[in-house]
Design a protein. Structure first.
Length: 287
């Protein structure tokens, strides 16, 4: 049975479906020796190359869907490589044999908090698609005068450069003077959307943290720069939310963790984060 080429590439972990469409459009993909075109469908025995390298085709049932939660610090880019050599969110992630992590959405360089990664391109693509309306919640510290009219405008909707946008919910969280904290919820992941919404009301965001994706909340004990793999239950929550069938396998132990084991795991993560930070901050020897 044939499938769309970009779907097969996404499932193989090359990138998201939208990224694969760009690859195809740029003539970077070939099928059985011929340059691929958008709309092409492929059979399971097709020989697919990306930039000349053969892609291992996997059937959906051959891969164990995995998802990890990462606590992104400020100052890291959501890209695989940066020409300027700046830190990226992929630098600390665990290696996968014959596979790769795909970021589910992005956070800008000055935003910290919850970021999810998966090895399943179809899952990543659906979670990022606006039609599934997966909620994202952020904690925002804003600088400026926020009135009842401001909040009303932001929940009613404002016009941004790329179309109308709004917050589903705004919850005041306190603060002093003109520096106030608000938890805001929306179902889109447009570029810098939270910041631009506040800016439309002449209010600046001075700090922004993503604290929830769907029903998954950022583990408060997870240090910045640390990651943990999601349980099968949480993976299947994400899959169900975008109408994908349940995963039946996991790389994690199915035995419930004891409190002391949880503490030990967090301490191990903290040590790994500290070791990584020391390595990247160590000055290079001059030759």
């Amino acid at each position: 049975m044939s499938e769309k080429l970009q779907k097969v590439l996404a499932r193989a972990g090359v990138g998201s479906r939208r990224e694969m469409e760009k690859y195809i459009d740029a003539n970077r993909v070939s099928v059985d020796g011929k340059v691929a075109r958008l709309g092409d469908r492929v059979e399971e025995n097709a020989v697919i190359r990306v930039d000349g390298h053969i892609v291992k085709i996997e059937q959906q049932e051959d891969r164990i869907c995995r998802v990890i939660m990462y606590h992104k610090p400020e100052g890291e880019l959501c890209t695989r490589k940066d020409p300027e050599g700046r830190r990226t969110v992929f630098d600390r992630l665990p290696r996968l044999d014959g596979d790769r992590w795909i970021a589910i959405g992005r956070l800008d360089i000055n935003t910290s908090g919850l970021l999810l990664f998966t090895n399943d391109g179809e899952l990543a693509n659906r979670l990022m698609h606006p039609k599934y309306e997966v909620e994202r919640e952020y904690s925002a510290r804003v600088f400026g005068e926020v009135t009842n009219e401001t909040l009303k405008n932001l929940t009613k909707g404002v016009e941004l450069d790329d179309g109308p946008a709004k917050f589903l919910k705004i919850k005041p969280m306190g603060g002093e003077g003109i520096n106030k904290w608000f938890n805001v919820t929306l179902t889109e992941g447009r570029n810098r959307e939270v910041r631009r919404l506040w800016q439309s009301q002449e209010v600046e965001v001075s700090r922004l943290i993503r604290i929830r994706y769907g029903k998954l909340e950022l583990n408060k004990r997870l240090p910045q720069g640390g990651w943990e793999e999601l349980t099968l239950e949480d993976v299947n929550y994400l899959r169900k939310s975008v109408k994908l069938r349940n995963e039946t396998q996991t790389k994690l132990s199915v035995m419930p963790e004891k409190r002391k084991d949880k503490r030990a795991k967090i301490n191990q993560i903290r040590k790994a984060v500290k070791k990584h930070n020391q390595r990247v901050q160590k000055p290079k020897k001059r030759t």
